[in-house]
Design a protein around this ligand. Structure first.
Ligand SMILES: [Zn+2]
Length: 334
């Protein structure tokens, strides 16, 4: 097809590689900064199917680096997965795009994996979710591509179950700044660079290339530093995820509330989906000011901006205090 002629001319892909790409399914977990870029690159590359999962909605502070979103999405308070799908489909209508407004711990993620996923791409912003994805990837034998960035630092590594070390094996060897939540800001080129590394490895895996990188790339765009750490020897035979005795610790029980990384926000999970239309009626009747769309309701409870999603999650902004957040939840929704 003419559309992909430049990619087909690139000989490591060629006609055959293009045909493969058009048959493959990629799952992107998180379509914030990193996920936005890899989703767009894969959509333009003509991936067969793209599934995107994200738990958040578009905020004005995202626009500086999250390339898929516009001021209109901010105005409409659209969930990122929905806004991303709209934009991606406008770029390439031939790609089958499935969008889920859920967090990674939702059981639906496992159902998606069970349908068959060729590669998973890390678009998350926290280590708890990455450990969870890592366990799932090894358990279901699906390659996944770790990527992380903060300020002008970036790191990426492709994890191939049963071949490379897994994320848990690597974690103690990664630079320590990666352990902290992002509170120091970021410049957009850092994101594009990490996502480009991730997408390049994804394309290699999708076409069965031999050149898959077996090293961790680490760079600092501001300080002009760029290097590769050999990863092969970092595999830990005792690793509880990819070692001889696998217990997949991150797949064990998940708490019903957590503080979102680097943000003044607590997320609480209700035991069942929220009936949004009914709740809008009730909240209006009790005098609350509400903004809403088909996916979420935004209101203010005792001075805290609160967002309720259809899948039963609740975000309480302006606090890191789980007890406070739980008590608001108990009072209004339990
Ligand atoms: Zn491991």
């Amino acid at each position: 097809m003419e559309r992909y002629s430049r990619q087909v001319l690139f000989s490591p892909i060629g006609e055959e590689g293009q045909a493969q790409i058009s048959q493959k399914h990629v799952l992107i977990v998180g379509v914030g900064a990193l996920g936005s870029v890899s989703a767009e690159l894969l959509t333009r590359a003509g991936i067969g199917k793209l599934t995107i999962v994200d738990r958040d909605y578009v905020d004005v502070t995202n626009l500086q680096r999250q390339l898929l979103y516009s001021e209109q999405d901010v105005k409409e308070k659209l969930p990122k997965a929905i806004a991303a799908k709209r934009r991606l489909q406008a770029i390439n209508q031939d790609v089958m795009i499935e969008a889920h407004v859920i967090d990674a711990f939702d059981p639906q993620l496992v159902s998606i994996l069970e349908q068959g996923v060729d590669v998973m791409i890390d678009g998350t912003d926290n280590f708890e979710t990455r450990f969870y994805i890592n366990d799932l990837a090894v358990k279901y034998n699906i390659p996944w591509i770790y990527g992380s960035c903060v300020s002008s630092f970036g790191v990426s590594f492709p994890i191939i179950p049963n071949e490379t070390p897994c994320f848990r094996c690597l974690i103690n060897h990664l630079p320590s700044y990666q352990m902290t939540c992002d509170t120091v800001g970021i410049i957009s080129p850092t994101v594009q660079m990490v996502a480009s590394y991730q997408t390049a490895e994804a394309l290699k895996i999708l076409v069965g290339a031999k050149e898959i990188r077996n090293s961790v790339v680490v760079f600092d765009l501001w300080k002009n530093d760029h290097h590769f750490l050999k990863a092969g020897k970092l595999k830990n035979a005792q690793c509880p995820t990819c070692g001889e005795h696998r217990t997949y610790p991150a797949l064990q029980e998940k708490s019903s509330a957590d503080v979102l990384c680097g943000r003044d926000t607590v997320q609480i999970r209700h035991s069942e989906p929220f009936h949004l239309a009914k709740m809008v009626q009730q909240m209006k009747a009790s005098g609350h000011h509400v903004q809403y769309n088909d996916y979420l309701i935004i209101t203010e409870l005792e001075g805290y901006r609160t967002v309720l999603f259809k899948d039963g999650r609740m975000l309480i902004h302006g606090t890191k205090d789980m007890l406070k957040a739980r008590s608001l939840y108990q009072k209004y929704f339990a």
